[in-house]
Design a protein around this ligand. Sequence first.
Ligand code: MLT
Length: 262
Amino acid sequence: MYANLDKMKLAYTDQGKGMPVVFLHAFPLNRTMWGPQIAACSAQYRAIAVDLRGHGESDAPPGQYSLTDLAADVNALLDQLAIPQAVLVGLSMGGYVLFAFYRQYRRRVKALVLADTRAAADSEEVRASRMQMIQAANTEGAGPIAEIMLTRLLSPAGQQNPELVQAVRSQILTIPVRTITRDLVAMAERPDSSSMLKEIVCPTLVIVGEFDQGTPPSEARRMAEAIPGARLEIIPAAGHLSNLEQPEAFNRALLSFLQGIS
Ligand code: MLT
């Protein structure tokens, strides 16, 4: 399905009825990464997965955007769908967008699921590595980005699963280079949200893969401890894309959290 927003067409999946649960994808992927969660949640809930601006089947107006712009797109989609409040689920970059969303539109957030993400801004080292990725993408295209990201997104065992590797690689290869580079700039420029954690008053679930290297369980634990009443779930035998590496365990954690929200 498509929503015509002010300057762009935003693609989304909208399946099931009941409490709306909105899913925001990681970098540099698209809404199809949420396939197992849409299947599991849509039996009881209205599961909505969004292709963020420039990803998947969504267009993008010209020019650089910020994560706050991506949050505003999601807010505009909820306006169009006449959804006053939703549970928001974001993995990694999707989680960074949720911090921007919470900063601007917190009354719209019924509950938060922060998966394999971090509240802190980039370190200088991470910023420098993003600039190198921008150069690689501009000179060689999405191919080298896919290879770098596969080693970061999947655990060593996940990297030995040819079907999973192929599914993730083919998603990355659909993302235009200009979107990859704009995402990298937007992530490098995002503010630190650590001081906002104590202000999060909605029910919150923090999920992390046991073997997530980029946003490890120690980081997730710190985040969960800083958010009043947050629950932490560590998904065994999963890397950064915990929802795809161990979909059943991820779905169990998610559904049990959703069942506690009225
Ligand atoms: C992601 O999975 O969205 C990325 O790893 C986020 C990042 O590069 O910080």
